[in-house]
Design a protein around this ligand. Sequence first.
Ligand code: ADP
Length: 261
Amino acid sequence: MEEYEQNALSSTRHVIGVMSGKGGVGKSSVTALTAVALARMGYKVGVMDADITGPSIPKMFGVHGKLDSAETGLFPAQTERLGIRIVSLNLLLDREDRPVVWRGPLLAGAVKQFWTDVSWGDLDFMIIDLPPGTGDIPLSVMQSIPVEGLITVSSPQDVAALVVRKAVNMAEMMDKPIIGLIENMSYIKCPGCGETMYPFGKPAGAGFAAEMGIPFIGEMPIDPALSEAADRGEIEMYESPIMQGIAEAVVRHVQASAQEE
Ligand code: ADP
């Protein structure tokens, strides 16, 4: 498969993908937090929501309405606080609550449009929220957009269920380096007694990453403040120690690959 042509009015220095073995583990949340952390460091950041059938990025950032267009193409929406540029199928549909009932080729076509027909402008980082799993769309995105590295998100549950292993193996087969693994929902601290609980099983991410020979970025606890911020469209206000760690891992990765060239 050939690489898609980038829009003439886009200049994207680094494209980073975020993947997971299955849905619901926090891939979109990690995509958003990575974008926020990089934007706080002063980088120009865009988020491409390629999780086409379950687009959740616009809601987390509180952006609505339809994308502006001109003859040269579409323009991304911009978040209020950090000016993060966002493109999602939800911002192209007339109604946000309609399910997307398109078949594979049409979905892959939408992602191509996000790259070719959107004038992203000048970006340091584009973070792509990939669909979960190892299906058609993550595959065609990795083949057709110059993704420089991948962040993998898992929960203690799905590491055991082998789906993360499959996703990591797919990245390796595609020759896409993995920046690191984030284990989400590793534990929850009881706000009353301070006790640590493990609703999805004991953390397993660090051991898994070591076994697979990929870097481990860290554990993210279940934090009601995160889902509340996402539901209110205020993910840009969220603070957590892991965000800095993710952003630093991304920056280190692109600096290292620049030196290799
Ligand atoms: P995915 O993209 O993998 O499907 P999302 O990022 O959309 O997952 O997360 C699924 C749901 O879980 C969302 O409602 C999100 O707000 C919530 N969530 C994700 N991670 C956490 C966390 N660490 N703490 C609390 N809620 C979380």
